[in-house]
Design a protein around this ligand. Structure first.
Ligand code: NAD
Length: 259
C-alpha cells in the first residue's frame, strides 16, 4: 500500500523506537518524511533508511523543548516541500520515582519534553494545516494517561496533558478539516522500556527480563507491542479511512485495561 504517496510527514522523536518505526512506515507508504530528534546519529540513520524506500527524507537536529529549534525544523520542511500533511509528535522521555523525591528540575524537564514539546509542534502545524484545509496530527500519549502505576506521577501527568491538548486541538482545528488524535500505547519494546525495566525491576528484585515478562502477562495478548504495531495505528489515523475520527485517545495496549 502507498496510501501517502506525495504527502509530507513530520515525525518528532524519530531516532529510535516508535518514532523511527513510524517514519519508516510512512516512507514505505510513499510519503516524504522529516525526522526531528536530538539524537543526530540515530536520526540520520532513520532518514537514510527512509530514503532507501525511494522517498525524500530530512534528518533534522531538533530539541522539542525549544520553540526556536522546532520553528527552524518546520521552516526547513516547508522550504523543501511546501506542505505538511501529517504531524506525529512522538518525542518523549520517562522518569519515575516516589512523589516525595521528585526534584522540581526533573519535573520541569519532563514537562518540557513530553508536554510543551507536543504543544509547540501542534501549534506550528496548526496554521499550515488550517491553510491547506487538511491535515492529521497524531500525538503519542501512553496508557499512563488512562490508567497508572505507583511512582509514575511525572510521566502520567505529562501524558494526561497530551490527551488534553489533543482534545482541545481537535475541537479548534476540526472545522478546518484537520483531525487530531492521541495514541495511548501500552508497553512497547524500545530503548525506553528496556531502561524502565532495568530501573523498576531492580527496585523489586527482578531482572529486566522478568519485569518485562510480568508486564506482558498484564495484557490480554500476553506480550508486549512491537514499535511497528504502534506505527501501523498511527498510519491508519493519518489515512483517508480515518477522516471522521478526531479527538480520540486510542488505546493500543494489547488488552492491558481488560486484564
Ligand atoms: N515504549 C513504550 O512502552 C511506550 C508506551 C507508551 C508511550 N510511549 C511513548 O512513545 C514515544 C516514543 O518512545 P519510545 O518508547 O519509542 O522510546 P525511545 O527512547 O526509543 O524514543 C524516544 C525518542 O525521543 C527522542 N527525544 C527525547 N528527548 C527529546 C528532545 N528533547 N527533543 C527531541 N527528541 C527527543 C529520543 O532521542 C528518542 O529518539 C514517547 O513519547 C513515549 O513516551 C512509549
Amino acid at each position: 500500500m502507498r496510501r501517502f504517496a506525495g504527502q509530507v510527514v513530520v515525525v518528532t522523536g524519530s531516532a529510535t523506537g516508535i518514532g523511527a518505526a513510524t517514519a519508516l512506515r510512512f516512507a514505505t507508504e510513499g510519503a516524504n518524511v522529516a525526522c526531528l530528534d536530538i539524537n543526530e546519529a540515530d536520526n540520520d540513520a532513520t532518514a537514510a533508511a527512509a530514503r532507501s524506500e525511494g522517498v525524500e527524507a530530512l534528518g533534522l537536529r531538533c530539541d522539542v523543548r525549544s520553540r526556536d529549534d522546532q520553528q527552524d525544523a518546520f521552516d526547513r520542511v516547508m522550504g523543501a516541500w511546501g506542505r505538511i500533511d501529517v504531524l506525529v509528535a512522538c518525542a518523549g522521555v520517562y522518569v519515575g520515582g516516589p512523589l516525595a523525591e521528585i526534584p522540581l528540575e526533573r519535573w520541569d524537564d519532563i514537562v518540557a519534553v513530553n508536554l510543551t514539546g507536543v504543544l509547540i509542534s501542534n501549534s506550528l502545524a496548526a496554521p499550515i494545516m488550517t491553510a491547506q484545509r487538511r491535515g492529521s496530527i497524531i500525538n503519542i500519549a501512553s496508557m499512563a494517561a488512562k490508567t497508572s502505576w505507583p511512582y509514575s506521577a511525572e510521566y502520567s501527568g505529562t501524558k494526561s496533558g497530551v490527551v488534553g491538548v489533543t482534545r482541545s486541538a481537535a475541537m479548534e482545528l476540526g472545522p478546518h478539516g484537520v483531525t487530531v488524535n492521541a495514541v495511548c500505547a501500552g508497553n512497547t519494546v524500545t530503548d525506553m522500556v528496556r531502561k524502565v525495566a532495568a530501573e523498576v525491576g531492580a527496585t523489586v528484585d527482578m531482572t529486566a527480563e522478568e519485569w518485562l515478562d510480568m508486564r506482558a502477562d498484564d495484557t490480554a495478548l500476553k506480550r508486549l507491542a512491537r514499535p511497528e504495531e504502534i506505527a501501523g495505528v498511527v498510519a491508519f489515523l493519518a489515512s483517508d479511512d480515518a477522516r471522521y475520527l478526531t479527538g480520540q485517545a486510542i488505546e493500543v495496549d494489547g488488552g492491558l485495561v481488560l486484564s
